[in-house]
Design a protein around this ligand. Structure first.
Ligand code: ATR
Length: 277
């Protein structure tokens, strides 16, 4: 009698020690009594392709990909979903039985699920969404907002040219304003999203003037360390609905776990505690 192979998954990045994903997936594996493992793997760019091609031979069913490899894995994948192509990066790989590697990007899905859970009254038709930052995370957020039907996305970034490239990729619903003008566009926003690394532990503070924030606006930060950034604290004081960034991390992990381990996991308070613990 042959025993079933134990499914393996993990996260590839460099550095990767800070990643919360092993705790998160480990929690789900235990919760659902699934025999499987999820491990962190610190891999250099130079070794990336060789490692990824070896993993399926060892019983890996897929992996998450994090900084700095999210763009590079697209060159290794055999099939790329439309949303990963549009975003220009993948965070989830699936190793198929036929030997092919499928790449997807679930960051936008994670963002939207977190937003819907934390601000259930917010609707895409409510008005302009302001997005701070124009990096990889901003691409995923803009793709998700665009899919959800937000007609007017105001994008502002320290390096304006990067924001303009996003507008070229996503079309006229994206309007670029100068970084120094960021404070002036908050007043009419139904939603404000920080996708920059500003406000993260060890990084400079976000210095955009926030006095334009109106009660009722939904404000969310992709930064989740600390959980309550200065942006979220000031937004709360202004009467805004605030949504922290941890939920995005939890929700983006759901599709991968389901594909690899065959069980759709639930995101709840225990999941949050496990990821933080
Ligand atoms: P990610 O994939 O997480 O989005 P990224 O592509 O490195 O990471 O993007 C980081 C974002 O934070 C960018 O919008 C960056 O602005 P620039 O495009 O001008 O670099 C923004 N950012 C980082 N440090 C910043 C700072 N000190 N002031 C303003 N914006 C900053």
């Amino acid at each position: 009698m042959t025993e079933a192979r134990i499914p393996l998954a993990g996260v590839i990045g460099s550095p990767v020690a800070h990643s919360r994903s092993p705790q998160l997936h480990g929690h789900w594996l235990r919760t659902y009594g699934i025999q499987g493992f999820y491990i962190p793997m610190d891999v250099t760019r130079q070794d990336l392709e060789r490692v990824i091609r070896t993993l399926p031979l060892m019983g890996f069913v897929g992996i998450n990909v994090t900084v700095p490899h999210k763009e590079d894995v697209l060159e290794i994948a055999d099939k790329i979903t439309d949303r990963a192509t549009l975003i220009g990066a993948a965070n989830t790989l699936i190793f198929r039985h036929d030997g092919t590697i499928h790449a997807d990007n679930t960051d936008g899905y994670g963002f939207m699920e977190n937003l819907r859970g934390g601000a259930p009254d917010w609707q895409p038709e409510d008005g302009p969404a302001v997005v701070l930052g124009a990096g990889g995370a901003a691409r995923a957020v803009i793709a998700a907002l665009s899919d959800a039907g937000v007609a007017n996305i105001i994008l502002t970034n320290r390096t304006r040219a990067r924001a303009e490239r996003l507008r070229d990729d996503f079309g006229q619903r994206v309007q670029v304003v100068d970084w120094v003008q960021a404070g002036n566009v908050l007043e009419n926003a139904s939603l404000v999203v920080n996708t920059t690394s500003l406000g993260m532990t060890g990084q400079p503070e976000l210095r955009v003037p926030l006095d334009g924030l109106q009660a009722g606006t939904v404000v969310t930060d992709l930064v989740y360390a600390p959980l309550k950034t200065r942006l979220l604290c000031e937004a709360e004081q202004a009467g805004c609905t605030v949504v922290d960034g941890l939920g995005m991390l939890l929700h983006q992990a759901v599709p991968g776990f389901e594909r690899w381990f065959g069980h759709r996991p639930t995101v709840d308070d225990a999941t949050r505690a496990a990821a933080l613990g």
